[in-house]
Design a protein. Structure first.
Length: 342
């Protein structure tokens, strides 16, 4: 049986030392990390980017099917993705946890293992945080600090009429992975001896449980000399993110159903669940792909970047925001992505 060490045996400062004692610093801008009243960062001539996320058990994740190591990894990567969506580079991160008594030291080690793995892969320093007792399960607060080059930081409000709309990767897989996990959980509830069979669906599970931030796309754009006019990461669904860009840039858009990038496993699972695959791709969320716009003159350069697809174009605001179907008919885009407050 796996050893279980009660958190109370270490106390708050002992816990912090246990979880962070072996964490080293990788970035020159990280002058001082864990162990003082505040981290010290030195950015000189860089722009500082800051993003934060709050994740609550039962709202944002379900520990019935989410391993703690995966949760740690995903918590970090989701924040890195926000920095990449500004055309920046994540450099430091802080993590605060609210922990109930049902969690042991070994549980937190698992969570931190996933988080540290993400930090190692993406070259980010864990420089601080906080822990507290919680009466409502596990709560996670992550803040990520990144750097941006002056003149290269990309906002949501720069899209222009005739710009191309581009997305990285494929859409809807994370949502179908979630549907699959929820379905198997409901069967397990009624039959404790039930063993779920995920063979042939590994990609969907990976996209839900262990997403990746698109550092590679940001680097490829930089190498190609392309600075997007607007950019976001796709966390709440393509429709919602496009409407954010349209509203803040004061433009309209047209995207084309037959150009939406959809993986084969996503299409098969959508059919099994009797869901329209285009609706899944538009509204699924948690893909952590990049949605960005570039000038029409960049068409050939952006098409040459592996993993990027042009899915539509920016229009004048009076033309509205529409999906053009395979039959040529137009359907108005609506923000139907995930909303924790809904």
């Amino acid at each position: 049986m796996m050893q279980r060490t009660e958190i109370a045996t270490l106390g708050e400062f002992g816990l912090i030392k246990h979880l962070t004692g072996k964490i080293g610093l990788k970035n020159e801008s990280s002058l001082k990390g864990v162990g003082d009243d505040a981290a010290v960062l030195d950015y000189k001539d860089k722009l500082v980017l800051v993003t934060t996320d709050l994740l609550l058990e039962g709202i944002h994740f379900d520990l019935v099917y989410v391993p703690l190591k995966h949760l740690g990894y995903k918590s970090a990567v989701a924040n890195f993705s926000d920095i990449y969506a500004m055309n920046g580079r994540p450099k430091q991160m802080t993590i605060s946890l609210g922990i109930s008594k049902r969690f042991s030291i070994e549980d937190l080690d698992e969570f931190y293992e996933g988080m540290k793995l993400a930090c190692d892969i993406y070259g980010v320093d864990l420089v601080g945080g906080d822990t507290s007792a919680s009466r409502t399960g596990l709560s996670i607060s992550v803040t990520c600090i990144g750097e941006g080059e002056p003149g290269k930081v990309v906002y949501r409000n720069g899209a222009q009429d005739t710009d191309l709309i581009c997305v990285s990767g494929d859409l809807g897989a994370a949502y179908m992975g979630l549907q699959l996990l929820e379905r198997e959980k409901s069967v397990f509830k009624d039959d404790k001896d039930f063993t779920p069979d995920f063979s042939g669906k590994e990609y969907l599970l990976e996209r839900q449980l262990k997403p990746e931030a698109r550092k590679d796309i940001v680097e490829a754009l930089d190498e190609a000399g392309i600075i997007p006019t607007a950019m976001m990461d796709i966390s709440d669904g393509l429709s919602s993110e496009l409407l954010h860009i349209s509203e803040q840039s004061r433009v309209g858009c047209r995207i084309y159903e037959d150009r939406l990038p959809i993986d084969y496993q996503t299409a098969v699972m959508a059919e099994q669940f009797n869901l329209n695959v285009a609706t899944v791709a538009l509204n699924g969320g948690e893909d952590y792909e990049l949605l960005f716009t570039v000038p029409l003159t960049c068409h050939d350069q952006v098409e040459a970047i592996s993993g990027v697809k042009v899915v539509g174009r920016i229009t004048k605001p009076e033309f509205g925001n529409y999906l053009v179907g395979r039959d040529g008919g137009e359907v108005e885009l609506k923000a139907q992505g995930w909303n924790s407050l809904g």
